[in-house]
Design a protein around this ligand. Structure first.
Ligand SMILES: CC(C)(COP(=O)(O)OP(=O)(O)OC[C@H]1O[C@@H](n2cnc3c(N)ncnc32)[C@H](O)[C@@H]1OP(=O)(O)O)[C@@H](O)C(=O)NCCC(=O)NCCS
Length: 295
């Protein structure tokens, strides 16, 4: 809250009349789009108290001030989302205001509108996941999506590529199988994209930090599974307890899309789901591993 107070310039939301088409391009599911439109911060909307309007304006300003940045921003205040659409989607309205700012940044870097829209459409994907998770998913997504809104991350084919100092960090969206062919094609796209659009940045490695790189998965998944084949690309860094993140929780997030269902009530439909449950029930833990390989 302290960092939010200040006189940094904000950015306007798109015109309400344009919003449905924009939400559609951002892959927002019609159920989510209907809520977002119903809670729109019209000047006379009773849903928007002066405090909420202030928060929206300052969140936009704070993220905008770091345009071009690629570090993790501290998440904004967690809001009691059951209080209604304005509370529930405040960070979505901020994203909509920032989408236009990000598009301008992309244009300045010669990035095509196709890549911009594909990248920014992670909003719809994350809202859909949050809906599947009954609202449990949003707190982490809210911080994650500031990367897209600041020009810090680009979706090129199967993977999202996150700018850094010397490493391009890879993120894997929930978008179907992670086939080796799709991964290789995405890496090739990035090899051409970054020198062209960010010629002043010099990348030496692809990197990734994920539950997907936990070698314990080898005990459960077949050698030819996509996850194991993805792992084989990386040289792992020595194991360190991650800060501010519980890998067991993250594995449940990505393997089941629930954080609160007891282990004995989770589905055992896939090899990964069975692995996650059996591993935790035997008293072991999952690891968050980081790895790299040269570009
Ligand atoms: C990464 C991802 C695309 C890999 O899926 P994939 O290509 O099917 O992976 P594999 O071929 O290695 O799958 C091996 C087994 O695990 C299952 N599996 C893989 N990912 C799964 C997931 N997220 N949830 C449930 N089961 C999963 C597969 O169905 C398969 O089991 P089966 O043979 O019984 O059907 C998938 O896990 C996913 O979409 N994850 C969400 C995003 C994510 O985790 N990103 C990284 C964040 S750090």
């Amino acid at each position: 809250m302290h960092r939010l107070a200040g006189d940094l310039p904000s950015a306007p939301l798109p015109a309400k009349a344009d919003a449905p088409a924009i939400l559609d391009r951002l892959a927002v599911h019609p159920d989510d789009a209907a809520e977002i439109m119903a809670g729109w911060p019209d000047p006379d909307s009773p849903l928007w108290t002066p405090e909420l309007r202030w928060l929206l304006d300052r969140v936009i300003a704070l993220v905008r001030a770091d345009l071009g940045g690629h570090g993790w921003l501290p998440p904004g205040p967690e809001l009691p989302r059951e209080r209604g659409h304005a509370w529930r989607h405040l960070y979505v309205y901020a994203y909509l205001a920032l989408a236009d700012v990000a598009m301008g940044y992309h244009r300045d870097h010669g990035i095509s509108a196709d890549v911009s829209w594909t990248t920014l459409a992670d909003l719809g994907r994350n809202l859909a996941v949050d809906r599947r998770m009954n609202g449990e998913g949003w707190p982490v997504m809210q911080s994650w999506l500031t990367l897209h809104a600041r020009g810090g991350l680009y979706e090129l084919g199967r993977l999202q590529h996150h700018r850094g100092d010397t490493d391009i960090s890879l993120h894997i969206p929930d978008a179907g199988p992670l086939t080796p062919e799709a991964v290789s094609a995405s890496l090739d796209q990035a090899r051409a994209f970054f020198p062209r659009h960010f010629p002043d940045e010099h990348y030496t490695h692809f990197a990734c930090g994920s539950w997907l790189l936990d070698p314990q998965l080898l005990e459960y998944l077949p050698e030819d599974s996509n996850i194991i084949r993805f792992q084989r690309r990386f040289e792992l860094e020595p194991y360190e307890e991650p800060e501010g993140l519980d890998p067991d929780v993250e594995v449940l997030r990505f393997g089941f899309r629930t954080l609160t269902t007891p282990l004995d009530q989770l589905p055992r439909r896939t090899a990964l789901q069975r692995a996650i449950i059996d591993h935790l029930r035997s008293g072991r833990h999952w690891h968050w591993r980081r790895g790299r390989f040269p570009i």
